[in-house]
Ligand binder design. Structure first.
Ligand code: PLP
Ligand code: TYF
Length: 396
């Protein structure tokens, strides 16, 4: 059995971290993986998380199984965050939410659910998209296609190309959209462009699947959730995967959720019964700690305020790094314009660095980025940025 098994390719992004970890250069910098680091280059443990964990420890609660769909308080809090507490879908009990094993697990639940009920549909992801989107939907049994998204010439969105692709997809096609902070490019749609996308998706009967892994990293929790709310108001089936890995800095706890908006409470209860079946045959029920932490923070007003302040701190620091990156490069390489980096949103930037330049950064300077030129702006800090800028200037 085993002798014929071939080596599988490595995850291109997680492989970068392996190479970085093996590098002995003390000046090494990892701009590869999408993780938020603070100004000291550390993954933060948020104060709101520490306080919630202190409350949980104090309770010494028994570790029973959670319900199949996860902690009820957590699922409700997720609905309020993604759809808005006052939204019609939430008030009319048309929304279904299940706690999931991170944003990845939420995507996989959605993919397995769709495979059961829309097996003939094809999936469309942006070109480019997060590497795992394609793999997740393919492994659920779908054919995965890409719609035009990034335009290297303008360093923005090829919106005409995207809209044209949407207009020619068959009804029932599953279209995966990044709700905010597009990974890997950092290029998001404008409000006006979203209006047009929502119009086409709704009128053509496409199935929107919004992936929101970075709520709060763009313009704020409310602002970043607007796209989800607007889709929900437009009616029609809607899938939303969200993740707290980045926004709570709880990567290893695997906290996310899948939400589905239906057209009636009755429809929602049938959907939930089927979603529970998908969960039961995958992992039975989710782990409890991360969900308890997030639910505790979101339920206690002072902790929730602390979280919003800490998340705002991360968002502002990333923006400061974008500004510093652009202004420092302007001084070193005045002939080239990097202003687009300021327009981009979230953790990532398609920097425009070529594969060869990325290789030089790695081999000569121990600075690690993705081959595509994607850099994680959240890995820059006041101590490493000058070194990174000098290195980039030398390879440009
Ligand atoms: N979706 C996107 C666009 C992402 O960038 C990520 C990154 O981690 C995920 C989903 C998965 O999130 P999680 O780490 O919570 O599984
Ligand atoms: O794009 C990123 O860097 C993050 C982290 O298989 C990540 O989303 C990367 C690859 C992966 C899981 C998470």
């Amino acid at each position: 059995l085993f002798s014929a098994i071939e080596m599988a390719p490595r995850d291109p992004i997680l492989g970068i971290t392996e190479a970085y970890n093996a590098d002995q250069n003390p000046a090494k910098v990892n701009l590869g993986v999408g993780v938020y680091y603070d100004d000291n280059g550390k993954v933060p443990l948020l104060e709101c998380v520490k306080k919630a964990e202190a409350i949980l420890i104090e309770k010494y609660a028994p570790r029973t199984y959670l319900p199949i769909e996860g902690l009820a308080a957590y699922d409700r809090a997720v609905q309020d965050l993604v759809f808005g507490a006052d939204s019609a879908v939430v008030k009319e009990k048309r929304a279904v939410t299940a706690q999931a094993i991170g944003g990845t697990g939420a995507l996989k639940l959605g993919a397995d659910f769709l495979q059961r009920f829309a097996p003939d549909s094809e999936v469309w992801i942006s070109d480019p998209s997060w590497e795992n989107h394609r793999a997740l939907f393919e492994s659920a049994g779908f054919k995965v296609n890409a719609y035009p998204y990034y335009d290297a010439a303008t360093r923005g969105v090829n919106f005409a190309g995207m809209l044209n692709a949407l207009q020619t997809m068959p009804a029932g096609s599953i279209i995966l959209l990044h709700a905010c902070c597009h990974n890997p490019t950092g290029a998001d749609l404008s409000d006006e462009q979203w209006t047009q996308v929502i119009e086409v998706v709704t009128s053509r009967g496409l199935i929107p699947f919004l992936d929101m892994a970075y709520q709060g990293f763009g313009d704020g929790i409310e602002a970043d959730g607007q796209v989800v709310r607007r889709f929900a108001e437009a009616g029609g089936a809607l899938f939303v995967s969200n993740s707290f890995s980045k926004s709570f800095s709880l990567y290893g706890e695997r906290v996310g959720a899948l939400s589905i908006a239906a057209s009636s409470a009755e429809e929602a209860s049938r959907i939930m019964s089927q979603l529970k079946r998908v969960i039961r045959t995958n992992y039975s029920n989710p782990p409890s700690h991360g969900g308890q932490v997030v639910a505790t923070v979101l339920a206690i007003p002072e902790l929730r305020q602390l979280w919003e302040d800490e998340l705002a701190g991360m968002r502002v620091r990333i923006r400061e790094m974008r500004n510093a990156f652009v202004s420092k490069l302007k001084t070193k390489v005045p002939a080239q314009n990097f202003d687009f980096v300021i327009q981009q949103r979230g953790m990532f930037s398609y920097s425009g660095l070529s594969k060869g330049q990325v290789a030089q950064l790695r081999d000569k300077h121990s600075i690690y980025a993705v081959d595509t030129g994607r850099i994680c702006v959240a890995a820059l800090n006041s101590k490493n940025i000058d070194g990174v800028i000098d290195a980039i200037a030398s390879v440009l």
